[in-house]
Design a protein around this ligand. Structure first.
Ligand code: NCD
Length: 358
């Protein structure tokens, strides 16, 4: 049983709770000085096993602006990880030093694995190519502030839909609001994983898949551009074959509606021409700024909400079955129970969502 307010996936909270967090973020953005002492005496640990600029610094700035303190590492080679310490031991100890632990890690399912062994709230700041819920809260706040709604939107998502964790969390979340439609723009090799497509249809939303920006851009309320996730490819040759396929240019923006916005979780590589930055519809720098306010709201919400007592793993333990995803955290953290949701003819890994055919 777990007694903390972990945020591993967006569905750890209900849609009305997401809305409460967004409302709080708006209030904080409006009058940040009112919140300057709300976390006095509290400590947040940031454990970043993978590179980060915005997520890490916006979390740190958020805690400092709330009057709290921060500890952590952004280079695990300077910590006992370099001596071979496993995730469990690092998390077990750091969580006793802190009130809230924010972790980014290269393995899929690592945030859930961390929560299983933590003595404080855990927030997933990105687990490999799997999920990134706090970027999604940032994206939802941006949509709300820029377009005034989270429903009835036609959203284009372009680039690396296979490995882009921000895409996975965003599409799952927007599917929960009524009448949203998705235009998935990618090469066949970087298409959205089928388990995310199933979430779209399960919520009664719809999607189409196209290969170019040109045909799709005219009808969009929002275009979400993403970086091709070089570090997730099996080989450099596979990355080379996909890189620079998409580039949003000033010329392409001429075909977009005047009220469309462009979002991007950043960092940008080549997928948006710098000339687009001066277009008022380019919302990505405003989006990055919203990330700090949403994280202030999330920290407060996490600390102040009465934790719900619930199990982190709800499936069946099959210690004789191995997850087939080579990037799953269970491949290296061997003490983890092999927990799966049984769907009849498939087992779904409870850490990384991999489907294993029986
Ligand atoms: C994203 C991430 O880390 O997944 N960045 C971010 O958190 N803003 C996107 C990316 O790295 O491409």
């Amino acid at each position: 049983m777990d007694k903390f307010n972990h945020l591993i996936d967006m569905d750890d909270y209900t849609v009305s709770q997401w809305n409460e967090i967004l409302e709080l973020a708006e209030k904080i953005k409006h009058s940040p000085e009112k919140y300057a002492d709300k976390c006095r005496g509290k400590i947040m640990a940031t454990l970043f096993y993978e590179p980060s600029t915005r997520t890490q610094m916006s979390f740190q700035a958020a805690m400092i602006r709330l009057g709290g303190n921060i500890i952590g590492f952004d280079n695990p080679s300077n910590s006992s990880v370099a001596k071979g310490e496993n995730l469990k031991d690092t998390v077990k100890i750091v969580s006793t030093y802190s009130d809230i632990l924010v972790m980014r890690h290269m393995q899929e399912g690592s945030a859930k694995a961390a929560a299983l062994n933590a003595d404080c709230h855990v927030i997933n700041a990105g687990d490999g190519g799997h999920l990134h819920p706090t970027q999604t809260l940032t994206d939802l706040l941006t949509l709300k502030l820029e377009l005034g709604r989270l429903d009835n939107l036609t959203v284009g998502v372009c680039g690396d839909l296979k490995y882009g964790r921000t895409v996975h969390s965003l599409v799952k979340a927007l599917s929960c609001y009524p009448k949203n439609k998705f235009v998935l723009i990618s090469t066949p090799d970087l298409a959205l994983p089928s388990y995310i497509k199933d979430v779209i249809t399960a919520h009664g939303s719809s999607f189409t898949e196209v290969k170019t920006i040109d045909g799709a851009i005219r009808n969009l309320d929002m275009l979400y551009m993403t970086r091709i996730q070089r570090e997730r490819f099996a080989s450099e040759a596979e990355y080379e074959a996909q890189k620079d396929v998409y580039c949003l240019t000033k010329a392409k923006m001429q075909y977009a509606r005047r009220d469309m916005i462009v979002m991007h979780p950043l960092p940008r590589v080549n997928e948006i021409e710098v000339a687009v930055d001066s277009d008022p519809r380019a919302a990505y720098f405003r989006q990055a700024n919203n990330g700090m306010y949403v994280r202030m709201a999330l920290i407060l919400y996490t600390m102040n909400n009465v934790p719900k007592i619930r199990p982190l793993l709800t499936g069946e333990i099959h210690n004789n079955v191995k997850c087939t995803n080579p990037k799953c955290v269970t491949q290296t953290e061997l003490y983890l129970p092999h927990s799966f949701i049984n769907r009849g003819d498939i087992l779904v890994c409870e850490y990384c969502d991999e489907r294993i055919l029986l």
